[in-house]
Design a protein around this ligand. Structure first.
Ligand SMILES: Nc1ncnc2c1ncn2[C@@H]1O[C@H](COP(=O)(O)OP(=O)(O)OP(=O)(O)O)[C@@H](O)[C@H]1O
Ligand SMILES: [Mg+2]
Length: 306
């Protein structure tokens, strides 16, 4: 049995005038103990999927089960098995990180002893000890977000929904959170997270799905997604070449002061020498998930869109 199974899942928001089809017949199975990431641009449907799967929103069509329990028919069986970091969740202004974590565990039925030791452990792991007794009102945004993640990870629930868990965190804090999430997976939890940081998806997930316009455009490993680009090397130019000149050689992504080309190994020497001879700079490396994502989503959902 999979940890999560969605079959023909659709959600249409009845917005006056123009209904929004946020999920469009999604089929998705997430195996037990997976660390699974959703990627997709703003409005793709990631949060909607999570809300439905986490019993917060009713689907229009289709079913979702969590460990075999139907989330619509039997939410009471589902809720103890899961915990959720909502996108842009909010804390109680007058409670401290320690109180948030401890009280949340108590509400979920954890004994006092166990709640105390788990609270100590998670506050330490998330770098929150020095702020543990500061009321949320006085915490920075990143520390508030860390507190939300700490509450949810402390539950040790079998299924963890993390909707943009590292939003607004500094690079040190993000790495700390990755480690805590990895530890939860090693302990046996299944994790579904969303992120707009492609490096985070790469570091953290063992599988991912790219969501676009309410559908799953891709599902597999990050490595396999990079291979879909069909190019071997990533060249990044700063100066020396114009994007138009590179177009015959592969996929070009042009930003304000850099041009990225995904191309074949055979073109590297020629293009590097060209750019250097004109006084430009070149970096050579592997294709990244970021360009693979831009390439895939840029191609859109294709001809079968009606
Ligand atoms: N409560 C709502 N009422 C009406 N439309 C909604 C509602 N919530 C979301 N939508 C619409 O549904 C679509 C999917 O939104 P959703 O929040 O699931 O996207 P997302 O992939 O999580 O995006 P983001 O990366 O910005 O968080 C969007 O078009 C959005 O405008
Ligand atoms: Mg969202």
């Amino acid at each position: 049995m999979d940890a999560l199974e969605a079959v023909g899942l659709s959600k249409t928001y009845a917005r006056r005038g123009a209904p929004v089809r946020a999920l469009d017949r999604v089929d998705l199975a997430i195996p037990k103990n997976a660390l699974f990431a959703f990627l997709g641009r703003n409005g793709a449907g990631k949060t909607t999927f999570i809300k439905v799967a986490a019993t917060l929103l009713l689907p229009t069509e289709g079913t979702v089960t969590l460990f075999g329990h139907d989330v619509v028919a039997d939410p009471a069986s589902v809720r103890p098995l899961m915990a959720l970091v909502p996108q842009e969740g909010k804390l109680f202004f007058h409670l401290t990180p320690r109180e948030h974590v401890y009280e949340y565990l108590r509400v979920r039925g954890v004994s006092k002893e166990s709640a105390t030791s788990r609270t100590d452990a998670i506050l330490e792991a998330m770098g929150l000890l020095s702020h543990q007794n500061v009321i949320a009102l006085r915490l920075s945004g990143g520390l508030q977000q860390r507190t939300l993640v700490a509450m949810v990870l402390a539950t040790e629930a079998p299924f963890l929904f993390l909707d943009e868990p590292t939003l607004g965190m500094d690079p040190f804090a993000r790495r700390q959170v990755w480690e805590v999430i990895r530890r939860a997976a090693r302990r046996g939890s299944t994790v579904l997270l969303t992120t707009h940081y492609l490096d985070e998806a790469e570091q953290l997930s063992d599988e991912l799905a790219v969501v676009e316009a309410g559908r799953i455009l891709y599902r597999g490993t990050g490595e396999a997604l990079k291979a879909t680009v069909g190019r071997e090397v990533r060249l990044q130019f700063s100066g020396g070449v114009r994007p138009e000149e590179l177009e015959p050689f592969g996929r070009v992504f042009a930003d304000r002061d850099r041009v990225v080309l995904l191309t074949a190994r055979a073109s590297v020497r020629e293009l590097t020498e060209l750019a250097l001879s004109r006084g430009g700079e070149v970096t050579v490396g592997p294709v990244t998930l970021e360009e693979a994502f831009l390439d895939l989503v840029g191609r859109g959902i294709g001809e079968d869109e009606s």
